[in-house]
Design a protein around this ligand. Structure first.
Ligand code: ZN
Length: 449
């Protein structure tokens, strides 16, 4: 089949009258400056789909439930109690229903692939399911039903704090031993089965949840795949890390792990200038989740200096409080503007579009963080394409990077999305939205009753 676009963002820039030939889910041929063929599907504007580097799918079901003020100061740690309560009795069917809704919203917003940081492993009593891969299979089922590209990141979680502190009751569904975790990773590899373009990495949850011995044992299970870890999201976590080891969280990782381009340090919010520069040089990706970080009051990542040093950033939706691909890019830039009292902070040079800078960074580094080497609208890459309708007023009279700026900053909508060559979003709606939404509603009415 072939798709024709009035304009498309290709690896070497915007091109006009672009015709893409697609076979077996991949782009096999690109022509520009050509007329559409008689059977081509014609659209206005095409950009590549983005990778969402960090998601906890089931948390979509508790979006907005932690916005009520508690007795003392609310913070990340009080939010976490709400989250623990929410997942207390979730069934595998409910996990699948909620995750599937999250995935259609990701596709509708412009993400065509997700890195699922999957830490819910055990049954409500805290025991492994008879099928240890039960919940991994539910995540894979949600990806399969929605057609989103999946990087499954099974999470190792064993402790409530630094120094191997025993886990709390609220953490019982996350906990595994090193041997049990190896089985979970194997089960994840089996679960992705024939899911097109899927891959598996590993994720030590955070330095507070994993001892150095466990860390050393589980990282090699990535077997060349991506390695993700939450790091330095909270000041308390960094302070606790210093009290435990004498080093800050990102510093400890850079000192003790072979942090390179396979790694994604999620958040990395609280870094000193020295940690920031070392992280930039390592080739790892900082997995930024600006909407969640704002919602949780985490703090502001020093993106300007880090990107100025060549540091790589990917974007994630993390808690899924609001699934909004352009909104993540916008939130990162706006936090920098508010804190620095300046505009166009992250655009790399005079005359450069801020939206294009953020999009290019998120596209290439997001793919790197999820272990994907073929990216963008290029021959051989999966046909993961997002289109905008030229009739959308947000795009009126605009061309080139101004189209991206309209999408990211000025409310431009997504029209269609193809994932692996299949058209899954049409007129801004996922083709299975109605059935998945019905199942989600039933699940939530039962969970929250
Ligand atoms: Zn997270």
């Amino acid at each position: 089949m072939a798709l024709w676009f009035g304009t498309a963002l290709l690896p070497d820039g915007w091109a006009s009258n672009v015709r893409l030939t697609i076979a077996d889910g991949r782009i096999t041929h690109i022509e520009s400056g050509v007329e559409a063929g008689p059977d081509d599907e014609r659209h206005g504007i095409a950009i590549p789909g983005l990778c969402n580097v960090h998601s906890h799918g089931f948390q979509r079901g508790m979006a907005g439930l932690a916005e009520v003020r508690g007795p003392a100061g609310d913070n990340f740690w009080t939010w976490r109690e709400v989250m623990y309560h929410f997942l207390d009795r979730l069934t595998p069917e409910q996990v699948e229903a909620i995750t599937a809704l999250a995935y259609i919203e990701m596709l509708e917003s412009g993400f065509t692939r997700v890195g699922e940081f999957h830490y819910l492993h055990n049954d409500p009593s805290g025991a492994p399911y008879a099928n240890i891969g039960e919940l991994s299979e539910r995540v894979v089922a949600a990806a399969s039903e929605t057609d989103i590209g999946l990087t499954l990141l099974p999470v190792f979680y064993a402790h409530s704090n630094f120094g191997g502190a025993p886990p709390t009751h609220g953490q019982r569904r996350f906990i595994s031993t090193v041997d049990g975790f190896a089985k979970l990773v194997d089960a994840g590899r089996k679960a992705i089965g024939n899911l097109p373009d899927a891959n598996v990495g590993v994720a030590p949850h955070s330095l507070r949840a994993v001892t150095p011995e466990e860390f050393t044992a589980i990282v090699p299970l990535a077997n060349g795949g991506p390695i993700h870890i939450h790091a330095a999201e909270q000041v308390k976590e960094v302070d606790d890390c210093v009290a435990w080891s004498g080093a800050r969280a990102v510093e400890w990782l850079l000192d003790h792990a072979d942090v390179d381009s396979r790694w994604c340090l999620v958040h990395a919010t609280h870094v000193t200038p020295a940690e920031r520069s070392r992280l930039a040089r390592s080739g790892a990706v900082a997995g930024l989740c600006p909407i969640t970080e704002a919602n949780l009051g985490d703090g502001i990542f020093p993106a300007k200096d880090y990107m100025g040093e060549g540091g790589r950033i990917g974007f994630g939706t993390d808690s899924n409080i609001l699934i909004d691909a352009p909104g993540e890019l916008r939130a990162l830039e706006y936090a920098q503007r508010l804190s620095g009292r300046a505009r166009n902070v992250l655009a790399v040079r005079e005359g450069r579009s801020t939206g294009r800078t953020l999009f290019d960074a998120g596209l290439s580094s997001g793919a790197q963080a999820l272990g994907q080497s073929r990216i963008g609208i290029s021959e051989g890459a999966p046909a993961d394409i997002v289109s905008f309708d030229s009739a959308d007023l947000a795009y009126a009279g605009r061309k080139g990077d101004a189209l991206l700026d309209a999408w990211i900053f000025a409310g431009g909508k997504v029209d269609c999305v193809w994932r692996g060559g299949r058209k899954v979003v049409h007129n801004g709606r996922h083709i299975w939205r109605d059935s998945i939404a019905t199942r989600y509603r039933r699940a939530l009415e039962s969970v929250l009753e």
